[in-house]
Design a protein around this ligand. Structure first.
Ligand code: GSH
Length: 389
């Protein structure tokens, strides 16, 4: 089959990443499986402003540059963009109900498993991971100190942002740990019956789970030990997916649906905890407040930061649901009703984030003037979730 012309123009790609990064691991796994040619470029602090911020408006990885100078950001729309360019080895299920549920699960893995992943890393493994960040990301050019100091700066930044300021307390730590352990149990059950989560080949749900499961849970010392001890099958699946190649896969093998009992606790956590969280985050964002307490079945996450980006995540999930035909909507309801249902996703309609254009790929190139003070501020603080421009 002749390759589409646009593909020839874009190849090879440059994938900008950090080796320790959640979303970079997700996209790298995906690109390897699809056999999309790319050069892997590990970024350091001193290049963030001039490479990432200048071209994507945000200092977050992964980002992709095509060989003809286009830019992609954010793992979720990025995978969608690649799926259009490389449709022959599709990973997003075609069938509408499976497609919607896959997106829902991807979003949960991206946004809700983030906290347990950061928690294990920065509560238990702050020394080895601080050292990695100090060596690999916080470079001497930006932070002119010995590596021991850079490592401590890195660990302190992450602990403050992602534990202290993200609602983690002594009281809710058991709930965070339980979230990880329950996910391991679910995946373990599913993978007992098939090599990938929906059957014989990897799909979006496998890659979605690779955010937390690859660079964090299977590689950070403490959660990796737990994974090896209680769910070696999950450990094996991470490696299997890393080694999977579309050209060696039977792409016509049929996909399972989500009726495997292993999905029960994942879908319950989505309906009873994650969707109510997304709803409350959107409501509070609309009211103009910046922090809120979130209570889930008696467990309190106090003073969570309102995340504007996640208002967009909710809007996107609503959009995907609304695109379904009536029959498919009913089927999704039938799946989810016994787990708590979709009510928190749909109630009070759409709360518009106003940032949907930010995620239309390839990115529109625009000038981002960088004064000295602005550059300094970006170098010191990065870009927060709420400021994607
Ligand atoms: N929604 C984005 C999230 C990207 C993201 O948060 N990346 C992290 C690394 S895993 C980052 O670059 N953080 C920079 C920072 O903490 O300032 C995606 O899916 O790609």
């Amino acid at each position: 089959m002749e390759e589409p012309r646009s593909r020839q123009k874009h190849e090879p790609y440059r994938l900008y990443l950090y080796d320790v990064s959640y979303y970079s691991g997700k996209v790298e796994m995906y690109m390897r499986y699809k056999e999309i040619p790319f050069e892997r470029i590990e970024l350091t602090s001193s290049r963030l402003v001039n490479v990432l911020y200048k071209n994507t408006g945000i200092m977050k990885v992964p980002a992709v540059e095509t060989s003809d100078g286009l830019w992609l950001k954010d793992s979720t729309p990025m995978i969608d963009w690649f799926e259009k360019e490389y449709p022959e080895s599709e990973v997003v299920p075609n069938e509408p109900v499976r497609r919607f549920l896959s997106r829902l699960i991807e979003d949960y893995a991206d946004e809700w498993l983030w906290r347990p992943a950061m928690y294990y890393r920065w509560k238990y493994d702050h020394k080895p991971l601080g050292l990695r960040l100090g060596n690999e990301i916080f470079d001497r050019k930006s932070f002119p100190f010995p590596v021991s100091v850079r490592s401590r700066i890195a660990a302190a930044r992450q602990t403050t942002l992602f534990l202290k300021k993200d609602g983690v307390t002594k009281e809710n730590e058991p709930h965070i740990e339980e979230t990880y352990l329950k996910n391991l149990e679910s995946l373990k059950l599913i993978l007992k019956d098939s090599p990938y989560l929906l059957g014989e080949r990897p799909t979006l749900v496998d890659f979605g789970f690779m955010g937390p499961m690859f660079r964090h849970f299977s590689l950070d010392p403490t959660p990796a030990r737990i994974m090896r001890d209680v769910a070696p099958r999950v450990y094996e699946w991470v490696a299997r997916t890393w080694n999977a190649r579309a050209s060696e896969t039977d792409l016509s093998s049929p996909l399972n649906d989500f009726s495997h009992p292993g999905w029960k606790s994942v879908l319950e956590d989505i309906c009873r905890t994650y969707l109510p969280y997304l709803h409350k985050n959107a409501l509070v964002w609309r009211s103009g407040e910046r922090r809120f307490d979130f209570d889930t079945q008696g467990v309190v996450y106090p003073a969570l930061p309102v995340v504007h980006y996640r208002v967009w995540c909710r809007e996107e999930l609503q959009r995907c649901f609304q695109e379904l035909q009536e029959g498919a909507k009913e089927e999704v309801h039938r799946y989810l009703d016994s787990f708590g249902g979709l009510e928190p996703l749909l109630e009070e309609g759409t709360i518009r984030s106003g940032i949907d254009r930010e995620f239309v790929l390839p990115l529109e190139q625009r000038e981002r003037p960088l004064g000295l003070l602005h550059t300094l501020k970006l170098r010191l603080t990065g870009t927060p979730w709420d400021m994607p421009k």
